[in-house]
Design a protein around this ligand. Structure first.
Ligand SMILES: Cc1cc2nc3c(=O)[nH]c(=O)nc-3n(C[C@H](O)[C@H](O)[C@H](O)COP(=O)(O)OP(=O)(O)OC[C@H]3O[C@@H](n4cnc5c(N)ncnc54)[C@H](O)[C@@H]3O)c2cc1C
Length: 511
């Protein structure tokens, strides 16, 4: 008998749930679709779920993605990809597609809106922010995942789930059920999966709220620029940004904190707040999209509960300052994809899947810390404005500027893999090899032994690890072993040490 994890009180109040619950038993009435046991069900087709579905398909995993929205909304909360996410796209051969739809920006201001210049000497081949709307990122990732054979079902809302020793059964709002060996909740900050699991989400509730509107304006460019310059001297949570075709993104502090942020503001509320904060509403009209967001900061207590995992906003929420949430979710998926595929495939060494929580939760905790600091720096309090001024002066020092941008771009991330070579746990930037480039060797998502000595071997792991005899003048090391996500798990030249690392990251050698 499957163990029922439950349905939250929140779900029981939802009209969709009540409709299907009327005629459902504990696990709903419907048969499990076609009695098929899938490998993995991904819940949520945002950037995290899409990236994860693609990574799993790259390893031949049978993936079903369930998404509540019947069609893409076309709305873009995030407007950019940071360096590490651009690297991730490069590592999967997607760079050309993303560059074709984005614009490379090297301006400062990514830490609490401070710093006037982009730092020099960042350890990446992609030292820029790729300005690209979230809707475009989602479209490109959808094409990528679909091209690899992921199955999508739109207009499907998960309302119940249970797990047993062999798999996970999900119940959908339409009364049908599906079953898979594993399930990953990529269903956003209000994650139903997380709530059904009963995973704690400690942190702070929203204390401030900001209105966001994508609107047309009647004010001239000059008026807009001069008002923004004046107001931003005292109010950092206010601004406008041209999006093209006469549309502007406008953000302005809300009057209070709404009980339910899923209810968007009206145009009148946006206008009233603009008049209160800026003294003019710029004649905003014809809204494309109105929304509100808060500064709630929360982190899931655990990323894995048996056969169910959490990724992206489902596992962590924080204010959008610095533009990190989408990037963090895509990088969660990049860390989890190959590990879950290894588990499904049966070659995962002991503890590999649990290393997802061990590696990614501390990274999210750090992002939460930097957004807390940034949020404080945006306050209009006189004392905070003095600290802000001082930090702005410190950011004139190249090293300070670089240190903070390394945090925001995630290129400074180092997983704790114990003592050893300084590269251990870090990802490598793309470097030129004698023949080609490093990242082009990672497109298939396999492990890589990059061996400048020509004396090493990955025999027994050829089905999981490529052995390439080549080197780079930019890498001061005889050989490195990279995981499919490009992180270094060994560096050196000792064959016995290498065999140990191959076993601990890629399982037993083939017989
Ligand atoms: C104003 C604003 C600006 C931002 N700017 C940036 C930025 O510049 N850079 C950045 O990196 N991040 C930014 N973010 C954050 C970013 O938008 C999110 O972190 C990102 O969307 C998270 O992706 P996700 O896939 O984890 O979750 P989501 O994008 O929330 O996707 C979750 C998906 O799950 C679906 N779903 C939910 N429940 C169910 C269910 N029960 N069954 C089936 N499907 C379900 C939803 O329909 C949705 O499609 C910003 C956020 C805001 C509010």
């Amino acid at each position: 008998m499957p163990r029922i994890i439950g349905r939250s009180r929140y779900l029981r109040k939802q009209p969709e749930y009540r409709k299907c619950a009327r005629h459902s038993g504990p696990l709903g009435p419907g048969p499990v679709n076609g009695n098929v046991m899938r490998d993995v069900i991904v819940v949520g087709g945002g950037p995290t779920g899409l990236m994860l579905a693609a990574e799993l398909r790259l390893h031949g995993v049978d993936v079903l993605l369930l998404e509540r929205e019947p069609e893409p909304t076309g709305q873009s909360r995030a407007l950019g990809l940071h360096a590490r996410s651009v690297e991730v796209m490069d590592q999967r051969g997607l760079l050309g597609r993303f560059l074709a739809h984005g614009e490379r920006v090297r301006a400062g201001g990514f830490f609490a809106g401070l710093g006037t210049s982009w730092p020099e000497g960042l350890d990446t081949a992609h030292s820029y922010v790729l300005a690209i709307p979230q809707a475009v990122t989602e479209r490109l990732l959808t094409e990528h995942a679909a091209g690899l054979g992921a199955e999508f079902r739109r207009g499907r809302t998960l309302v119940g789930l249970s797990q047993d020793a062999d798999g996970v059964t999900v119940e959908l709002a339409d009364g049908t059920r599906d079953r898979a060996r594993y399930l990953v909740g990529c269903d956003g900050g209000r994650s139903t999966v997380r709530k059904l699991l009963g995973v704690g989400f400690p942190g702070e509730p929203a204390r401030t709220e900001t209105l966001l509107g994508e609107v047309e304006v009647t004010a001239s460019q000059e008026e807009l620029a001069s008002v923004v310059a004046r107001v931003r001297r005292t109010q950092a949570r206010f601004g406008t940004m041209p999006l093209g075709d006469g549309v502007y993104r406008v953000i302005v502090p809300a009057e209070g904190v709404a009980g339910d942020r899923s209810v968007p503001p009206g145009l009148e509320e946006l206008k009233a707040r603009l008049r209160a904060v800026a003294g003019t509403d710029f004649g905003v009209h014809s809204p494309r999209w109105l929304s509100r967001f808060g500064d709630a900061t929360r982190l899931a207590e655990r990323y894995r509960t048996g056969r169910v995992l959490l990724a992206g906003d489902a596992a962590h929420v924080h204010p959008p300052t610095g533009g990190q949430g989408l990037n963090l979710g895509v990088q969660d998926a990049f860390n989890l994809g190959w590990k879950l595929a290894a588990e499904v495939d049966g070659w995962a060494p002991e503890g590999l899947l649990d290393s997802y929580h061990a590696e990614r939760r501390p990274v999210a905790a750090e992002v939460l810390e930097n957004t807390r600091a940034q949020t404080l720096l945006l306050s209009a309090e006189p004392g905070t404005r003095s600290v802000r001024g001082l930090l702005a002066e410190l950011m004139e020092f190249e090293e300070v500027n670089r240190y903070l941008i390394e945090k925001i771009t995630a290129i400074g991330v180092r997983y704790d893999l114990g003592e050893g070579h300084p590269l251990l746990g870090r990802r490598l930037r793309d470097v030129a090899l004698k023949r080609g480039r490093l990242y082009s060797l990672l497109h298939a998502g396999r492990g890589l032994l990059l061996d400048a000595t020509g004396r090493l071997s990955a025999a027994g792991w050829e089905d999981r690890v490529d052995h390439v005899v080549d080197g780079s003048e930019e890498l001061d090391v005889p050989a490195v072993l990279l995981r499919p996500d490009g992180h270094v798990v060994w560096a050196g030249e000792d064959p016995a040490e290498l065999t140990g690392r191959l076993r601990s990251w890629f399982g037993a050698p083939a017989a």
